[in-house]
Structures are given as C-alpha cells and as structure tokens.
Design a protein. Structure first.
Length: 76
C-alpha cells in the first residue's frame, strides 16, 4: 500500500546512495497510471518503466537487473 511515491522515493535513495552522482533517477506518480520510473547513467537510459516496458523494480531480482545495467553502463 501507500501508492507509488513511497516506493519510488525508497528505490531512488537506495540507488543514489550506491552510485552517487553517476546515476539520474526520475519518476512520477500519475492519476491514470502507477507512475513511471527511469534510470540514466551519463545521459544514457538504462531502465525505463515508461518507454522500455521494464516495469518497476519491485523485487530483488528486478532490482538486480537495474543494478547490473547501471554497472555495465559505468564500465564496472
């Protein structure tokens, strides 16, 4: 429960704490949808709930996919 915003805020904080300024995380809750969530690394989109149909990383498996995409974009 609690809607989309608390989930977004928690995940944004988690990823920004791990990757600092290397990632840009944007999202928004909308009345007609559950919101959107995007992760960019150096201007490159690596995850998009809105455009790519990647969904919101609401499980540890989905989160790991996002983390791997970030690390790959960073060359780690």
């Amino acid at each position: 429960g609690g809607g989309y915003k608390p989930k977004f805020t928690k995940l944004k904080t988690l990823l920004e704490d791990e990757f600092q300024s290397d990632v840009e995380i944007t999202g928004e809750g909308t009345p007609s949808r559950t919101g959107w969530f995007e992760v960019q690394v150096n201007g490159k989109l690596v995850h998009s709930k809105k455009q790519g149909g990647d969904g919101f990383p609401d499980s540890s498996q989905k989160l790991e996919v996002v983390v791997k995409a970030i690390k790959k974009a960073l060359g780690e």
